[in-house]
Design a binder for this molecule. Structure first.
Ligand SMILES: Cc1cc2nc3c(=O)[nH]c(=O)nc-3n(C[C@H](O)[C@H](O)[C@H](O)COP(=O)(O)OP(=O)(O)OC[C@H]3O[C@@H](n4cnc5c(N)ncnc54)[C@H](O)[C@@H]3O)c2cc1C
Length: 398
């Protein structure tokens, strides 16, 4: 066994988590709280700044509370007080009733990803996170799992594949699983220091293009831009020039935000999602987060669902007498829920990315006529999730 290899001591249950993203770190922390000996294997050598924001909805904040880090996250996050959808000229089409949403479910917050990573990393036991450790293959044996990585082969009682949309664990153990598919649009993200807290966030929708603005703490603002584009296309003279060309004449403060950012701060990713899997579990292995259900980002729920996965899995392992029955329960409650959310997210993305003039006029009219309360109601099945207790998931968690 290599540097990352271990087996649990007498009576101690051991788990290997592949991937140290939000899902993998949360799973590692949740399992460690339940008494598991955990190793999180992450291929990246260093943990750099992740230059983007992240929306955390009340469901994810409850999951973070279950991990014991909810208050730390709230301290670093900004509560969303003004949000909604505008036209590219800045006219409000719909406003989110953030007060009512907070009253019914709790507030929505925005956090810098780097802040969330720091908190989740600190929640792991010392030495649990093995950086610079790329997993190249995994195998299931009768009573244990084997994980092959740069330093050798490690064994454990349980394997969690939290290695993202291109998951090596999924490709090894679910060879029939369909490949991720391109959504037809691409996204740019950056964080810019505006030195002021912008009064309102939210999205602005044009024809086949969108901009999202989310104030963060300390006068920084997270911006994302989305556009229909062929897969793999890149800005001919750089991504910032591409953004300024596309969005430079949108309503204030979009041009100001684009003027204040540097090219090196702009990230661009094409948007993919994972077609539904027949199961999230096999033998003593489970998939979690994007490895299991990568979804389009239109609802801002991908990482939120990874956090739900992590605390649910740990609670079920705690409540069930054996790993196999816990994993079966995990699959039964997480697959339908994440599917429902992925489908909704895809539908919102399709409408938000409409390009034809008549369709977007009709869409904007519908948005103007939809009461704010209907939007809050529509979010209920997503936001009313509760972490499972020691006896397994509640009806709401399913
Ligand atoms: C434009 C955009 C905006 C988004 N906005 C939001 C939002 O506001 N709110 C929200 O909840 N979600 C959002 N998401 C989705 C969110 O980013 C993902 O759902 C989330 O990061 C998934 O976390 P994960 O840990 O499952 O996977 P990942 O973040 O992909 O982490 C996987 C980790 O595994 C590691 N890894 C991969 N392969 C190996 C290997 N072989 N060996 C070892 N390590 C490996 C990777 O290096 C990585 O660290 C957004 C996504 C996009 C693209």
């Amino acid at each position: 066994m290599g540097r990352a290899g271990h087996a649990g001591g007498a009576g101690e249950r051991s788990a290997i988590v592949v991937g140290g993203g939000i899902g993998g770190l949360a799973a590692g922390a949740a399992l460690a709280r339940g008494g598991w000996r955990v190793r999180v294997l992450e291929r990246a050598a260093r943990f750099g700044e992740v230059g983007a924001g992240l929306s955390l909805w009340p469901n994810a904040l409850r999951a973070l509370d279950a991990l014991g880090v909810g208050d730390q996250v709230r301290e670093q996050a900004l509560v969303e007080t003004q949000a909604g959808i505008r036209t590219k000229s800045g006219r409000w089409l719909s406003r989110t009733d953030t007060r009512e949403l907070a009253r019914r479910f709790g507030p929505v917050v925005m956090i810098h990803r780097a802040g969330l990573f720091d908190i989740l990393r600190a929640a792991l036991p010392a030495g649990a996170l093995c950086a610079d450790t790329r997993v190249v293959g995994v195998g299931l044996r009768n009573r244990w799992v084997e994980v092959e990585h740069g330093d050798g082969v490690s064994r454990a009682d349980l394997l969690i594949g939290a290695d993202g949309i291109g998951s090596t664990v999924r490709r090894s153990l679910w060879p029939q699983a369909p490949a991720p598919r391109y959504g037809g649009y691409t996204a740019w993200r950056f964080v810019v220091d505006t030195g002021e807290r912008l009064p309102a966030g939210g999205e602005s929708w044009g024809r086949g293009e969108r901009v999202g603005i989310a104030p963060l703490t300390d006068g920084r603002t997270y911006v994302f831009c989305v556009a229909n584009a062929p897969e793999g296309q890149r800005g001919p003279d750089g991504e910032l020039a591409e953004l300024r060309r596309r969005f430079g004449r949108w309503h204030d403060p979009v041009p100001r935000l684009l003027a204040g950012v540097e090219e090196s701060a702009v990230m661009r990713h094409d948007i993919y999602s994972l077609p539904p899997l027949a199961s999230f579990v096999t033998g003593r292995a489970a998939l979690l987060g994007d490895a299991a259900h990568a979804m389009t980002p239109n609802l801002g729920q991908g990482a939120n669902q990874a956090l739900e996965d992590a605390v649910t899995l740990a609670a079920l392992l705690d409540a069930h007498p054996d790993v196999e029955s816990a994993l079966a329960a995990y699959d039964e409650c997480r697959r339908p829920r994440t599917r429902m959310i992925a489908r909704r997210s895809e539908r919102i993305g399709a409408v938000a990315q409409w390009h034809s003039a008549p369709a977007t006029v009709l869409r904007d009219l519908m948005l103007r006529m939809t009461p704010a309360s209907a939007l809050v109601d529509a979010l209920t099945p997503i936001l009313d999730w509760q972490p499972p207790g020691r006896d397994g998931p509640t009806a709401q968690a399913v």
